[in-house]
Design a protein around this ligand. Structure first.
Ligand code: PMP
Length: 305
């Protein structure tokens, strides 16, 4: 992750990045008990736009609800969240595209592992929008590490501590000379990457694991499903075997920090022709345009004070 820009949000105000601290005895640090989201902000004319800000807020609320971080719903609503983002962006005035990482930390220092009623602090910071995977064609390795199942640490909730699972799998892929991993569940079905959702194309149909496959319900995944369906591309959400990826015509991934980027190889098998396929390319262009301008779905929020 890139470094935070100079002004960050913590608690209920802006502070200098070097002054923003979460305690060493907090549950956030001791247990990874924080939830987060990351969304893009783009300079636009004299101001800025954010992509699907309300959906990011809702997912943060849902992550809190799943984990039992009840103080978030009591203390935060979308209006407060939005004005904190506006304040943060105005203070940093980024010249280029950035990502904003918003985290709900359980800062209570309590003996034992509890969550209900525990004190929280929200942090937000801005960093340069650098993609986390190659944009021109990546190579993936199926991971020996299994995706955490819904009845262990739910992938549907974006829990900081759960990212140890992603770290293990991504590092294994990098150590083996690949760009990222493909997580499988305990039965060998495809879930997602370390921090992106996965799609395949077979016979002109777009296929992606459904939301009960131990995945994060990615906001860019939803975006691509909507745009593809509108463009007349048949879309199916269903279970996918690893070997189905090997024989796909095209594979691509989606995510805030991944974009909509093509996959050219999985476990040493070349995907399709070994170059980005036509549906992947069409989706990538539609997705990139929708991030900045969207008159139809109301996905682009103008950030004004
Ligand atoms: N899966 C995981 C595990 C992720 O961390 C991310 C990144 N947030 C995604 C999928 C993609 O989600 P989104 O499109 O909301 O960024």
């Amino acid at each position: 992750m890139a470094n935070p820009h100079s002004r960050v949000y913590l608690g209920d105000r802006l502070v200098r990045a070097e002054d923003a601290h979460v305690g060493i005895a907090s549950s956030a640090v001791l247990y990874g008990l924080s939830v987060y989201t990351v969304f893009p902000v783009h300079p636009e004319g004299s101001g800025y736009t954010a992509f699907r800000l309300d959906d990011h807020f809702r997912r943060l609320e849902e992550s809190c609800k799943i984990i039992g971080i009840d103080r978030f719903a009591a203390e935060w609503d979308f209006a407060r969240f939005r004005s904190a983002v506006v304040e943060l962006i105005a203070a940093n005035a980024p010249a280029d595209d950035v990502f904003v990482r918003a985290t709900v930390h359980v800062v209570a220092s309590i003996p034992g592992t509890r969550v209900r009623g525990c004190e929280i602090q929200v942090s937000m910071f801005v960093y340069d929008a650098v993609p986390i995977v190659p944009q021109d064609g990546m190579r993936l390795k199926s991971s020996p590490w299994r995706r955490i199942p819904d009845n262990a640490i739910p992938s549907r909730a974006k829990v900081n501590g759960a990212y140890v699972n992603s770290v293990l799998a991504k590092q294994d892929a990098i150590d083996s000379g690949y760009d990222d991993c493909v997580f499988l569940d305990g039965n060998g079905h495809v879930c997602e990457l370390s921090a992106a959702n996965i799609f395949l194309v077979r016979g002109g149909t777009l296929i992606t694991p459904d939301v009960s496959c131990d995945i994060l319900d990615g906001i860019n995944r939803r975006t691509v499903l909507t745009l593809a369906a509108e463009d007349g591309i048949p879309v199916i959400e269903r279970g996918v075997d690893l070997t189905e990826l090997y024989i796909a015509d095209e594979v691509f991934v989606t995510g805030t920090s991944a974009g909509a980027a093509p996959v050219l190889e999985v476990d040493g098998r070349v995907i399709g022709s070994g170059t980005p396929g036509p549906i992947s390319e069409a989706v990538r262009k539609r997705h990139a345009a929708a991030l900045r301008t969207d008159d139809v779905h109301g996905w682009v929020t103008r950030l004004v004070g």
